[in-house]
Structure formats: C-alpha cells, structure tokens
Design a protein around this ligand. Structure first.
Ligand SMILES: NC(=O)c1ccc[n+]([C@@H]2O[C@H](COP(=O)([O-])OP(=O)(O)OC[C@H]3O[C@@H](n4cnc5c(N)ncnc54)[C@H](O)[C@@H]3O)[C@@H](O)[C@H]2O)c1
Length: 321
C-alpha cells in the first residue's frame, strides 16, 4: 500500500513522534487527520502540518468512542501513538495509565473495526521486556514488564494480535527503543537526551543516576518514521517488531559525545545514586524488522544528535553546534 492519496489518522499527532510522523506522511502525499487531547502534546509541533491543505486536526480524547467514530469515517490507516507516556508516572497512577493505554487502545480498535479501517499501526515499547538479562532483545523472548506502563503496552500488543486473528483487522505493533530527536520535551520524565540538551543550553552539569554503565539503544526519530512508513508497504499483519538503532551506547559515552558535539566539554558529568526500577541494559535485535520490513537504520547516535542539535539551533537560535 502506498500512503499517497490515503486518508490516515495519527493519534497523538501533537506529540513528539506523532508530529514528526504527520509531517512525513504529508510529505509523501497522504491526507492526514491528527487527533490529540493536548495533555502532553503541543499545537506548535504541528506548525508545519497546518500549512498543508491535506491536514486537519481534531482535539479530542481516545477514550471518547463517539469522537473516534466520527473521525474514523473514510479512514484507510490509523497510526496509534496517543498514550500516557511516562513510565515513572505510571507507577504513581497506574489506573490513569491503564485507562488511556489499555481502554483507549480498545476504543481505537473498536472504532477502527466499526468504520472499516484497513490497517492499524501501534506504538509499543521496549518496556515490555522489563529487565530480563538476555541481550539483545528479540521479539520472541520472554517479556516481563516492570512498570504499569510496560504492562499496558504488552496487553495492547496482545489486543492488536487478537483483533487481527479474530476480526481480520490488519494490525502491527512496533516496539520502539528510546527515541530521540526534534520536538522531544525536556521535562523530568522525558528521555535523558532531551534533559541533557536542556542542561547544556542552561550551561549546567549533566547528571547520571548510577555508574554510567547503563546502556540504551537510542534511536533517531527519522529511523522510527522510516519503520512506520515501511509497515504500510508490507503485509505484516499480526506481527510485532523491535524498532531500534541496534547499537547500544552507555550513558557516560553518550554524555561525552553530547558535550563534545556542542563544544561544552567544560561541563561535568555528575554521578548520583542509581534509581530503583531503572532497567540496566537494553538494546534491540532488529533482524526481524530487517528481514520482513527491509528496515535499516540510517542514523547512529552521533549523527542523529548532530542533526537534532542543528534543527534546534535553526529553530530556537541557540548556539549548540
Ligand atoms: N519516545 C520514546 O522514546 C518512546 C519509546 C517507546 C514507545 N513510545 C510510544 O510512542 C508513542 C508516542 O510517544 P511520544 O514520545 O511522542 O510521546 P508524547 O507524549 O510526545 O506524545 C503522546 C501524545 O498523546 C497525546 N495524548 C495523551 N493522552 C491522550 C488521550 N487520552 N487522547 C488523545 N491524545 C492523548 C498527548 O497529548 C501527546 O501529544 C506513545 O505511545 C509512546 O508510548 C515512545
């Protein structure tokens, strides 16, 4: 399926990944209907999209079935990204997380079924693996989430598969691994790259919880978008894919690269006590996505960071690079 001329819903369109996906779909000639309740998203993320005559935006909540039924009229594909996205917050308020990330997803599936949507592509997460020691993470290995957020993502992957098997909806889940790039928020609960970027701009030292050996498969946003677009081109209904860079990096090395690229090597890296519940190592085996989707990451952490910082300088007039 080519996205050109297709009518596509992006839920969570005003968020970090949803807004980048929206821009790419519009660029490829799709008609995009963005929905978001603006709980965490920002309309300014859609500034580019609003310039486009093939874009429309509806403010609303995925927990409102009637809202979804209206918006899904005549839709071919739904990218479902709207979510309660903070892992630590999900520990504090598991009911809210479940309400949005499980009940909300069921609503999306039921509305899609009733309105004859052809395909649903779901934003899952590496958090479904929890802290199992086996590396890299493969899709068929045991999943042991250690947060309500991870449980909800795992439940919804199962719902995606069941709605494919039982009702014939073409569903696919993508397990993202630590995404970074333009429009990611610098807040207490956001990814470490966005937090450190905020520190660098304010000329503050970078803080690492633990000894810095924690590693992650930081994945540049454009590779995540690439994977989302590839799903429309292949018949991979009922499947689940890891989407990562496939190259882990530890936090000390990452911090040093960020300080070097931005020429801020006078700033220090401060080590604090590890945080309970933090997963130690995580990285993706992406061979399944490579085999079935022809997914090949184009960015490593260093060139992804350079492109991100350049975008930041252009947009906010900072002097990072
Ligand atoms: N950023 C990552 O590293 C990462 C990693 C794994 C998975 N994911 C998943 O990718 C998706 C997008 O994440 P993101 O980083 O862009 O987060 P984000 O918070 O920037 O985007 C989520 C969007 O969903 C919206 N939203 C929240 N609740 C809603 C509701 N009830 N109804 C309608 N809209 C609602 C928010 O306002 C926000 O704009 C999420 O499903 C997230 O769980 C992200």
């Amino acid at each position: 399926m080519n996205v050109k001329e297709k009518r596509i819903v992006v839920t969570g369109a005003a968020g970090f990944i949803g807004s980048n996906l929206t821009d790419s779909l519009l660029e490829k000639g799709a008609e995009v209907v963005g929905i978001d309740n603006l709980f965490n998203g920002r309309l300014e993320n859609l500034d580019e999209a609003f310039k486009h005559n093939k874009f429309e935006f509806h403010k609303g909540d995925i927990r409102d079935l009637n809202f979804l039924l209206n918006v899904f009229e005549g839709i071919d594909i739904v990218y479902h990204l709207a979510a309660f996205t903070s892992v630590p917050q999900s520990v504090i308020m598991p009911e809210n997380c479940n309400d949005i990330n499980v009940n909300g997803v069921l609503n999306v599936l039921n509305a899609a079924r009733r309105m004859d949507v052809e395909k649903i592509i779901y934003a899952s997460s590496s958090s479904v693996y929890g802290d199992t020691p086996t590396l890299p993470k493969r899709e068929d290995m045991r999943r042991l989430p250690i947060s309500p957020y991870g449980v909800a993502k795992l439940a919804c992957e199962a719902y995606m598969q069941v709605y494919h098997q039982v009702y014939g909806l073409k569903t696919t889940s993508l397990r993202y691994f630590n995404v970074f790039g333009p429009r990611q928020k610098d807040s207490t609960f956001s990814g470490v790259i966005a937090i450190w970027l905020g520190n660098i701009i304010r000329n503050e030292n970078l803080i690492i919880f633990g000894d810095g050996k924690i590693s992650r498969d930081f994945t540049y946003i454009k590779d995540v978008i690439q994977a989302n677009l590839l799903v429309t081109k292949h018949d991979v209904s009922g499947e689940i894919f890891n989407i990562g860079a496939g190259s882990p990096i530890n936090l000390t090395k990452l911090a040093k690269i960020m300080l070097k690229i931005t020429n801020r090597e006078h700033l220090k890296i401060i080590y604090k006590d590890p945080r309970p519940g933090d997963i130690i190592h995580s990285y993706a085996d992406i061979s399944k996505a490579n085999r079935l989707l022809k997914f090949e990451p184009e960015y490593n952490q260093e060139n992804g960071l350079k492109e991100y910082f350049k975008w930041y300088d252009d947009k906010y007039g900072t002097n990072l690079i």
